[in-house]
Design a binder for this molecule. Structure first.
Ligand code: NAD
Length: 696
């Protein structure tokens, strides 16, 4: 079967798109659809044409792999296909089941009739790639579901079941099942009743007060989606649908679409979309590597991380045994899990029955022997190598052969931990982020001896528990924390030179970081960084950092949990308040250490901190700790609140240009004399070879 097939059933031609997995409307499929329509039009016995897809997908939309390539712009583009459909002299019916998204939905809107299973999922998700629908979606949809509904639908980009549109003329007939059979009957009836060729384009939009509504929408979008140019363009396109003749409106929409395609925001968002899907591929591990079956999981340590990790597994029906050192600790761990679930129930996002079913999958234990038949153990005990040694030796002696032994360590050496056992090939790092039940990122740390099937199993399992796994090799801090350490180090120097924590946070939040470095540290607990710096002072005594972070820890300012950190906090309130006491401590610190405060611009703050992420990220790439630049970017997008519209630190470096990055690093090297700021060799190599870091 080709990309489409045509079946003639009496007077009806059924054209089925057959381009798995989701009937992406790439060039070849577009050509094929037109050919099939011509074939049906030329056949005198045919009175109506149905276009349909598979059970899974009518069509997932444009083939975004073609974006930015010649094929995307090669005729027939989607608009031309839709024009052929709309101008057909025989009625064309879209029969929709499964997903019907983006260009697929736009194609359906160009048909004369639409029939659908109630469960079909409709969406115009272009906004999530920094775009607007570019094949008539913004012009046709308001004509059938109204201006306000269209605007909300296109701005959210989220799918809705077809039945949600039952009160509009969007779908002409709904069915619960047997779509094709019903669609053929529908088509026969159209022929019998000589129904007209309905064209959505001919509907006039009647919306008297559209100007004030659109103005209100513009104001809202400017505040909530400021960095995303596509949001305002959706409003402009819908305004065109209301005020201009259809042909002019569609031309405007196309103009907006092509302009957006060339924005750095859309480039970054499209890059991030593929980057996220790409993390599962590991260069030296074939995709067909056999994986181990994980039916039961043991978790050692029911503290902050252990409890959250347990929730991930029971959420997908995998039973868990939680092991602790005392009943007291077990009870506390379980009670935190219960509270978390109860909060979800209160929000209406989980039923009480489901909560109970999940809790029933958690078994509590004080005996290692209970772990003997689990398929995977994740250790989440205190971050001390001596304790890890005791735990792993015990696990090695009780857990069945072939089980995977994972550690959630943030900073310790996974190879050292693996060598505590007699089966280092089964040991791996699974570095969850806090809160572990919420955060999407999972760094999968492959030790020197970790076997391929263990890595493959953990990558698959990560997807099952709805995480984004990023593989990395062993180094201090892995990808994310190794980079963040430099970022925080630079933020500390800026304090010495005259900036306040709130100025630095604001500058970086304006850049797009979800949280500035000091708010983030107050949330995580400043004592964690303190412990790491103490260790560093022994391991790397030459590494400079601002001692002011230690001063505030010595004063007990650990952050939110102690009510004071870089900011002050009112009891029971997480809002960080700039604090004069902290500022006075900082002024005193500068005076004691001979630092002269100077005025520091927000641009300098952003460069000093973000370029630190870039330079360290490039080193991680050059050392082979991470297999590709886009994995590093995904770590930052999913684990550290880096703005998706900038694509991640390395994509951002490519966007501003490596020449500029190198120049600024050199400038900082001269002003600080800190070896860190020597530009990473790979940056220089890429520039010399006119290559980008991300290959995009
Ligand atoms: P935590 O102090 O909240 O919990 C540790 C738990 O381990 C405690 O309940 C303790 O009783 C238990 N424990 C200690 N020794 C044990 C033993 N021998 N057997 C069984 N249980 C034992 O610590 P946490 O924040 O959950 O961190 C746990 C691990 O996760 C550490 O390695 C940490 O580096 C890592 N980690 C923490 C975070 C975070 O943000 N907290 C993030 C990622 C990784």
């Amino acid at each position: 079967m080709g990309l489409t097939q045509i079946e003639l059933s009496n007077r009806v031609a059924l054209i089925t798109m057959n381009h798995p997995p989701v009937n992406g409307l790439g060039y070849a499929l577009r050509v094929s659809i037109i050919e099939r329509i011509q074939e049906a039009l030329q056949n005198d016995s045919i009175g109506a044409i149905i276009i349909t897809g598979s059970e899974k997908a009518f069509s997932g939309g444009a083939d975004i792999k073609e974006f930015g390539t010649v094929k995307a712009l090669t005729e027939p583009h989607l608009q031309s296909v839709i024009r052929v459909i709309e101008n057909s002299t025989k009625p064309i019916i879209a029969a929709i089941q499964g997903v019907c998204m983006g260009g697929g939905f736009e194609l359906a809107l160009g048909c004369h009739y639409r029939v659908a299973l109630t469960s079909a999922s409709l969406a115009l998700p272009e906004i999530k790639l920094g775009l607007i629908p570019g094949a008539g979606g913004t012009q046709r949809l308001p004509r059938v579901i109204g201006v306000e509904k269209s605007l909300n639908f296109i701005l959210s980009g989220d799918p809705l079941p077809a039945i949600a549109f039952k009160d509009s003329p969007l779908i002409d007939a709904f069915y619960e099942s047997h779509l094709i059979h019903s669609a053929i009957q529908f088509a026969e009836q159209l022929i019998d009743e000589k129904k007209p060729l309905k064209k959505i384009r001919d509907i006039r939009i009647d919306y008297p007060n559209f100007e004030s509504f659109l103005q209100f929408s513009r104001n809202t979008v400017k505040t909530v989606a400021a960095p995303y140019p596509a949001a305002l363009k959706v409003i402009d396109a819908i305004s065109a649908a209301i005020t201009l003749p259809f042909e002019k409106g569609i031309t405007k929409e196309r103009e907006f679409f092509l302009d957006l395609m060339n924005t750095s925001v859309s480039r970054a968002m499209r890059y991030a979309f593929f980057a996220q899907r790409g993390t599962a591929k590991i260069a030296d591990i074939p995709p067909d590597t056999p994986i181990r079956e994980i039916k039961k999981v043991g978790i050692v340590g029911a503290g902050t991380m252990g409890g959250g990790i347990a929730m991930n597994f029971v959420n997908v029906g995998i039973p868990v045994i939680l092991l602790e050192t005392s009943q007291d600790k077990l009870d506390k761990g379980l009670s935190t899990i219960q509270t978390n679930y109860q909060n979800t129930v209160k929000k209406g996002k989980l039923t009480a029955e489901k909560m109970q079913a999940r809790l029933n999958l958690i078994q509590l234990s004080l005996n290692y022997s209970d772990l003997q038949d689990v398929d995977l153990v994740i250790e989440a005990v205190f971050e001390e190598i001596g304790i890890k040694e005791i735990v792993f030796k015990q696990l090695d002696s009780v857990v069945k052969p072939g089980a995977i032994l994972a550690t959630n360590t943030s900073t310790l050496d996974v190879n050292t931990i693996a060598n505590f056992t007699n089966r280092p090939q089964d040991v791996i790092g699974m570095h969850f982020f806090s809160p572990a039940n919420v955060m999407q990122l999972l760094e999968v740390v492959r030790g020197d001896k970790t076997s391929n099937d263990v890595i493959a199993t953990v990558m698959k399992l990560a997807q099952k528990i709805k995480k984004t796994p990023v593989v990395c090799r062993v180094c201090d801090g892995f990808i994310g924390n190794r980079m963040v350490e430099q970022y925080l180090r630079m933020a500390g120097f800026l304090l010495e030179q005259g900036a306040t924590p709130w100025q630095i946070d604001k500058a970086l939040e304006d850049f797009g970081m979800v949280m500035g470095p000091f708010r983030m540290s107050d949330l995580a607990g400043n004592d964690i960084g303190w412990a790491i710096r103490k260790r560093r002072a022994i391991e790397q005594p030459q590494l400079k950092y601002s001692k002011f972070a230690d001063v505030i820890c010595e004063a007990g300012r650990f952050g939110q949990k102690t009510g004071k950190g870089w900011y002050a906090y009112e009891k029971g309130n997480r809002k960080p308040l700039p604090d004069s006491e902290l500022e006075n401590m900082l002024i005193q610190f500068r005076a004691d250490h001979g630092f002269k405060a100077r005025k520091i611009s927000n641009d300098e703050i952003v460069q000093f901190c973000i370029f630190a992420l870039i330079n360290e990220g490039v080193r991680i790439l050059e050392e082979g700790i991470s297999q590709r630049a886009s994995d590093i970017d995904i770590v930052y997008l999913t684990g550290y609140g880096f703005p998706v519209y900038r694509g991640g630190p390395l994509k951002y470096a490519d966007e501003i240009g490596l020449f500029q990055v190198i120049q600024v690093c050199n400038k900082f090297y001269q002003s600080t004399n800190d070896d860190f700021w020597k530009p990473a060799q790979l940056l220089l190599d890429c520039l010399a070879q006119t290559k980008s870091l991300t290959g995009s």
